[in-house]
Design a protein around this ligand. Sequence first.
Ligand SMILES: *[C@@H]1O[C@H](CO)[C@@H](O)[C@H](O)[C@H]1NC(C)=O
Length: 332
Amino acid sequence: MDQLIRGYIHTFYSDSRIMFSLSVLLLTLVLLNSRLLISAETVVTCDGFVQYLSCGTGVISVQSATYGRTSGQICSVGRPQSQISNTWCSINVPMIFKRCNGLRTCGLNTQGLSTPDPCFGTYKYYTTNYICITAETSVTCHGGYGYLKCKHGKIQINTANYGRTDKTTCSQGRPSQQLQNTNCFSPNALDFVSKSCNGLEICEVYATHMIFTDPCFGTYKYLAISYFCLPHRIHSRIVCEHETSALTCEHGTVIHIQSANYGRTDSSTCSNGRPPAQLSKTDCYTLNSQTVVASRCEGKSSCSILASNSVFSDPCFGTFKYLNISYSCVSK
Ligand SMILES: *[C@@H]1O[C@H](CO)[C@@H](O)[C@H](O)[C@H]1NC(C)=O
């Protein structure tokens, strides 16, 4: 985007004064139209422009990413009515999670980023919500075991060193000659720790010269690691009564059920062609839904479950129900 704007400025600067004032107007339109920074963490980018996410300190964790149109105003300047009148169009864009999670900055050319097209003929935009995660740290003195933990997420190693960079860490009871070298870095620690821990929820590390090349013989060393806990992405699946819900997790990960309900909590979901009487009850819950779903799916790489009274019992007779499952994929 920055480059694009610079491009515009450049083009117009090289023209006459009149063109320049026109360019300011156009530039404003471009700014308004292409990258609206709604809050520090929600970025809206009109189709065809570059979406730029960044974190000052820490790394990006995308919370949601959608493509479509749900507002008549956003990315509407200069567009014919026919391209902006449909405001019921939105699909998820998993690619943005894949490309940006764990990075400090992420620039995405939105051209052709999302396929398929959720509403042909409508001019669309990308809405991405993200947070910036800060690093956790772990220090393990030589000879000890350290544990890296992410309660609700997966480890991504940021830095790792086996050596010594100050005189105080792991200094208790040590003769001072073992603490003098504070410029001691192991060449293979980052690579080794990243390979053993990235993607896991818990990781054990052993601080020893048997694993890490000894970078400073005679100095008492420690293993210092900083890492991020990237939250698991929450997948949601909704199927209408009588349909089958299929859950899947990618290579090496398994299903962890976050929540599930067979019933109805709003009047619009699964309402197509249904009489109002079957939709009006919106406080319909099957209390053991999560247990039923978990008993069939928890810990598996894929599973399917039928949304029906025969599986869940009938929590609200006469209401047309749906099965709503939220789950994440965790390492085994
Ligand atoms: C599905 O469940 C999630 C998590 O409880 C909830 O936030 C969402 O509103 C539900 N969706 C529908 C359509 O009921």
